[in-house]
Design a protein around this ligand. Structure first.
Ligand SMILES: *Cc1c(COP(=O)(O)O)cnc(C)c1O
Length: 232
């Protein structure tokens, strides 16, 4: 498994998909999802010039940064417990998974305490699956409106996860819907919401065609994750 070649291939196909959707080839940021991936393999990509990595667990981000340093751009993409937010302040460029009001309150509290802006995406549960976290599509606008009361919580857009399917076309209507939700919120609330984080290893090309400008790709770069101490 040559991870550099994998990334290169993904970059090329994303550039083509971005152009198919009328955007510049470099419009899409690839977050290399490195959960469970060891530091050597992350370093290999970093040495090849890739700097953006995504992690699901706070402890893992902290441990990896202790070895790899803070120069890389880390994104937090997993379910975030409130009592762990404090540890992320100043460590991550973007939290993709703001999925409930109590978490927004805690992010705001930590931002105020540190006197730092914290950049987030609001996670939307487009399909309403009970097993997935995220704000209901119907409630997304009011959630965004209320977040405006937290000036240090900088909302940069929306994120979603499509249910796993072998056929990426199954994800297309979900990605399209997230974009519609974003566009409506822009219009109604006058927010910029520049980013749409959607698409994983199986469906990132469809996501880019539907307007994703951030994709989160693990397996297609690093290969299959075999196991993890905390499951998943
Ligand atoms: C693990 C994970 C990914 C990457 O999944 P792959 O299928 O390995 O690309 C993307 N987003 C989130 C939120 C994840 O937890």
């Amino acid at each position: 498994m040559n991870i550099k070649q994998n990334l290169q291939q993904i970059k090329q196909s994303c550039a083509a998909a971005a152009q198919r959707s009328g955007r510049a080839p470099e419009a899409v940021k690839i977050v290399a999802v490195s959960k469970t991936v060891d530091n050597e393999r992350i370093r290999e990509l970093a040495d090849a010039g890739h700097t953006v990595f995504g992690e699901n667990w706070v402890q893992e981000v902290v441990a990896k940064q202790a070895v790899l340093g803070l120069d890389l751009e880390w994104h937090f993409i997993g379910y975030l417990q409130r009592n762990k937010v404090r540890q992320l302040v100043g460590r991550v460029a973007l939290i993709h998974s703001l999925d409930r009001w109590s978490l927004a309150e805690e992010i705001n509290r930590c931002a105020v305490k540190a006197d730092l802006e914290i950049a987030v995406l609001v996670q939307v549960n487009v399909t309403g699956e009970e097993s997935k976290s995220g704000i209901n599509p119907d409630e997304t606008q009011s959630f965004l409106r209320e977040l405006a009361g937290f000036p240090l919580v900088r909302v940069e857009g929306l994120m979603t996860m499509a249910p796993y399917s072998v056929n990426p076309e199954q994800s297309r209507p979900i990605f399209r819907e997230l974009r519609v939700i974003r566009d409506e919120a822009r219009q109604k609330l006058g927010l910029k919401l520049p980013h749409l984080s959607m698409g994983m290893s199986g469906d990132y090309l469809v996501a880019v065609e539907e307007g994703a400008d951030i994709i989160r790709v693990g397996t297609a770069i690093f290969g299959q994750r075999t196991c993890h101490l905390r499951g998943v």
